[in-house]
Design a protein around this ligand. Structure first.
Ligand code: HEM
Length: 464
């Protein structure tokens, strides 16, 4: 009898779950939507997506094609893997494809964060950003600071075992402070901002559950604390009447030819700059050291490029823009690393109106996950796509083909690309001319949903 009850029990549970799944499918049933499945109520297919990563995309696209519906990270979502369509979406924000990142990101990074605004507000916010990281600003103000920072940050590392993941994260954070407000690594301001900043980053990648103890709640609090610290800094600068030739100084300048930013807008710009250049630069720097370690021929060529530059210069003479331009192989190594260790798997958009796309109906407010990762492994564009081959980028045309989407496209094309290249190139210059390194122990690396070494990437450093 107990056995029969057990079977009936299992049967009822299965019926319940299959009704739940069916009910969830019917909820989203609208004529003309792309094929695909919506998974469970609330969770959708998020767990499968995070667990299976790129394989989730492969399996779904094998079944439904390169344009399908799903329910990811709390929202009904269209996933687009089609390179042509992805390009179209990125180039046509004005047709109703505005950024659609998760709520936790917007609430913690602020309403004035560049990814939260569109139309004319986006135009002037982006204009202000492009101004403070323009080629002239990089050449005259920013690069000298980057070089000064790296000289100090990378000194005295010989005979040490370090976790290069932790080191490059600290580097990206402190480097942005140095450029934005000339804040040095040993100042108390850097210390207090660091604690808040790391908490803020954790909050942006958490579920938006505002309960005591959650990373989301802590992230919101960290934002408040950062605003307080930065407002104090703005006040001190105004009272001192000094002119500062750093990014903050330029954002605060009252130039009548430009839109004058409010304090809230200045602070949101500072947080945008810190956040956008953080994981992209730190992870790419870490992965470059990993790939170079595993590919001695590439390391040899890169080191030669930097030793030649060093030889041309006086002792301790800083790196300048002409040096960066001459680092052709270094640029190739950076691009190959961003291709293979994809930090930005795709970008999110949200429809501002009901629309027809690719012959399907897309309701207003649905997310579109423009999944650009797959194109980085296309054998037609990149023969032997899984091999680390920086030499392929020595042909400059590869950087301008239609499907080069590593730095986005259209009105949202990454404004920090060249700044990032300058930062990573200067890091490599100081690192490879001073040191050699070897990996210590087993270092696990995962590439999805984020590129990271869950237990750190440990290296033993010795002087060159
Ligand atoms: C390896 C380095 C980097 C990669 C791969 C990268 C990638 C990207 C991508 C794919 C986008 C497009 C996002 C979208 O369309 O929604 C983007 C936008 C952006 N990036 Fe980068 N990025 C890098 C470095 C940087 C750095 C160093 C900065 C620092 C200033 C930066 C600042 C930004 C900003 C502010 C945006 C938003 C632009 C807008 O919405 O108009 N990025 N980046």
């Amino acid at each position: 009898m107990a056995f029969i009850m057990e079977i009936v029990g299992v049967f009822l549970v299965l019926c319940f779950f299959s009704i739940l799944l069916r009910w969830n499918e019917l909820r989203y049933k609208k004529k003309g939507l792309p094929p695909g499945t919506m998974g469970w109520p609330v969770f959708g297919e998020t767990i499968e997506f995070l667990k299976q990563g790129p394989n989730f995309m492969k399996n779904r696209s094998a079944r439904y094609g390169s344009f399908f519906k799903s329910h990811l990270l709390g929202s009904p979502t269209i996933v687009s893997i089609d390179p042509e369509l992805n390009r179209y979406i990125l180039l046509n924000e004005a047709k109703g494809f505005v950024p659609g990142y998760p709520e936790s990101m917007y609430n913690i990074l602020g309403k004035g964060n560049i990814a939260a605004v569109h139309g004319s507000t986006h135009k002037y916010m982006r204009g202000a950003l492009l101004y403070v990281i323009s080629p002239t600003m990089i050449r005259e103000q920013i690069l000298p600071r980057i070089d000064e920072f790296m000289t100090d940050f990378l000194s005295n590392l010989d005979d040490q075992i370090i976790d290069i993941q932790e080191k490059t994260k600290e580097m990206a954070f402190l480097l942005s402070l140095k450029q934005i407000a000339g804040i040095g690594k040993s100042s108390s301001l850097a210390d207090s901002l660091k604690t808040e900043y790391f908490q803020l980053v954790l909050g942006t990648i958490s579920l938006p559950i505002n309960l005591p103890g959650t990373n989301y709640r802590k992230g919101l609090q960290a934002r408040k604390n950062m605003i307080r610290i930065l407002s104090e800094l703005l006040k001190e600068r105004r009272e001192s009447n000094e002119t500062h030739k750093d990014v903050l100084g330029f954002l605060m300048a009252r130039d009548e030819n430009r839109h004058i930013l409010s304090d809230e807008e200045i602070i949101d710009q500072v947080i945008t700059l810190m956040y956008s250049g953080y994981e992209t630069v730190s992870t790419t720097s870490m992965m470059i050291l990993k790939y170079l370690h595993d590919n001695p021929k590439a390391l040899e060529e890169l080191r030669k490029e930097h030793l030649d530059i060093k030889e041309r210069k006086k002792p301790n003479e800083p790196i300048d823009s002409n040096d960066i331009k001459s680092m052709r192989f270094t640029r190739a190594v950076i691009l190959e690393t961003t291709r293979l260790a994809t930090v930005v798997n795709g970008v999110y958009r949200k429809t501002t109106q009901d629309m027809e796309l690719n012959g399907y109906f897309i309701p207003k407010g649905w997310k579109i996950y423009v999944f650009t990762r797959e194109i980085n492994y296309d054998p037609l564009l990149y023969p032997d796509p899984l091999a680390f081959n920086p030499w392929r980028w020595m042909d400059k045309s590869l950087e301008s083909h239609n499907y080069f989407l590593i730095f986005g496209r259209g009105t949202r094309l990454c404004p920090g690309k060249e700044l990032g290249v300058n930062e990573i190139s200067t890091f490599l210059h100081h690192f490879v001319t001073k040191y050699r390194w070897e990996e210590v122990g087993e270092n696990k690396l995962v590439k999805f949903p984020r590129v990271q070494a869950p237990n750190g990437l440990h290296i033993r450093i010795s002087s060159n």
